[in-house]
Design a protein around this ligand. Structure first.
Ligand code: ATP
Ligand code: MG
Length: 275
């Protein structure tokens, strides 16, 4: 680990988790006062929350609240104007998305044309080959070190496919999958990278009602592996079933943080979102 800023040094030298400058050391991921702007529009206006290993936190709120912008800031796809983001007490806000992914912070992306044109198996193996991905033929004709990592990715892909009962779709092309299967493959691609923290933006969109329960159970099993999940979701029955805690945003700010029951009982939340 290298340290460039004085803030990082302060984090490293502090042994009292309550006074760590860069954030809560115990937290798998922590955001403190993050701000995201698009030109003159402030989409995220000083948002703070923590995510711990083995918990699912729901990030909810009305359209335009800033949920996706906050997720993009955490993943590194969007730059923050100010604030601090830490993983295990280490500041990561200056790291590129692929560097954050190496530390175990991974997010899903909706199907790309590349995804559509590859089989499920190829999608998984290339995800396991690193941020830039590699064609399966490349994996097969590489030098030994690369071959070994390719072999590990192949084994890992099969074990993930078995675990989520998707082995029979291994040779199906991305474009042939149902909405629910796509969402699951997107999640399985993330798991290929052995994440500590998984960020999901509306994972239930396009999922047939009968598959929602399976996906909820699959996400619970990911959580039970000790992975921290942050889920932006409008389907509130899913949020109440899956999330250990919720963070409610409205107009760029956190208006409530607690259990789903706390949020439902909160007047401000009812007025802004649930009412
Ligand atoms: N690329 C962009 N350029 C300019 N403004 C943007 C951009 N993306 C989002 N915004 C604005 O930032 C604010 C927050 O948007 P964001 O997409 O983060 O909300 P959200 O909570 O994810 O909403 P939804 O539930 O509809 O997905 C909104 O006012 C939106 O119009
Ligand atoms: Mg959004």
């Amino acid at each position: 680990m290298t340290h460039h800023g004085t803030q990082d040094v302060a984090v490293e030298e502090s042994h009292d988790s309550t006074s760590v400058v860069g954030g809560d050391r115990e937290a798998a991921l922590s955001a403190q006062n993050i701000v995201v702007r698009y030109g003159g529009v402030t989409a995220v206006n000083g948002v703070s929350f923590d995510l711990r290993a083995g918990e699912v936190v729901g990030l909810i709120g009305p359209n335009g609240a800033g949920k996706s912008s906050a997720l993009g800031a955490l993943g590194g796809q969007l730059k923050i104007a100010s604030g601090v983001i830490t993983m295990g007490g280490r500041s990561i806000e200056r790291l590129a998305p692929y560097q954050r992914a190496r530390l175990g912070l991974v997010r899903t992306f909706q199907s790309t044309s590349e995804f559509e044109g590859m089989t499920v198996f190829e999608n998984l193996v290339t995800a396991g080959q690193g941020a830039k991905g590699a064609a399966l033929t490349q994996v097969m004709f590489q030098r030994k070190a690369n071959r070994d990592s390719g072999r590990r990715a192949v084994e890992r892909a099969w074990s993930i496919l078995d675990r989520f009962e998707m082995a029979e779709t291994a040779n199906a092309y991305g474009r042939e999958l149902s909405g629910g299967q796509r969402r699951l493959v997107e999640i399985m691609r993330c798991l290929m990278r052995d994440p500590k923290v998984l960020l999901l933006d509306e994972p239930m969109v396009g999922v047939a009602p009968r598959l929602v329960a399976k996906l909820v159970n699959d996400l619970k099993s990911v959580r039970d592996d000790g992975i921290a999940l942050l889920i932006v979701e409008h389907a509130l029955e899913v949020v109440s079933e899956l999330c250990d805690r919720v963070v409610v945003m409205a107009q760029g700010e956190v208006i409530c943080s607690g259990t789903y029951a706390d949020a439902v009982a909160n007047k401000e939340v009812r007025d802004a979102y649930l009412g």
